[in-house]
Design a protein around this ligand. Structure first.
Ligand SMILES: [Zn+2]
Length: 74
């Protein structure tokens, strides 16, 4: 119960940069989206590339497709 000062800076699990409070536990919304996309796709692996604008587009399209399928089934 002593002074609770967390000196150890957390890092983004995606790109290992220092995290930003606003996007914890990530460093940015971009990394947050990457992590979410990996869970959705069921393939949680270590990042291999740096920020890829095309990668984000693919994630969005995958998400849209899934929503579409769910809608048809429902
Ligand atoms: Zn990051």
């Amino acid at each position: 119960m002593s002074s609770k000062s967390s000196t150890s800076q957390a890092v983004c699990p995606i790109c290992h940069k220092p995290t930003i409070d606003q996007f914890r536990p990530f460093c940015s919304a971009h990394c947050s989206h990457i992590d979410l996309g990996k869970w959705l796709n069921g393939q949680y692996a270590l990042p291999d590339k740096e920020s890829d604008p095309e990668n984000e587009k693919i994630l969005l399209e995958n998400h849209k497709t899934r929503l579409d399928q769910n809608d048809s089934i429902g």
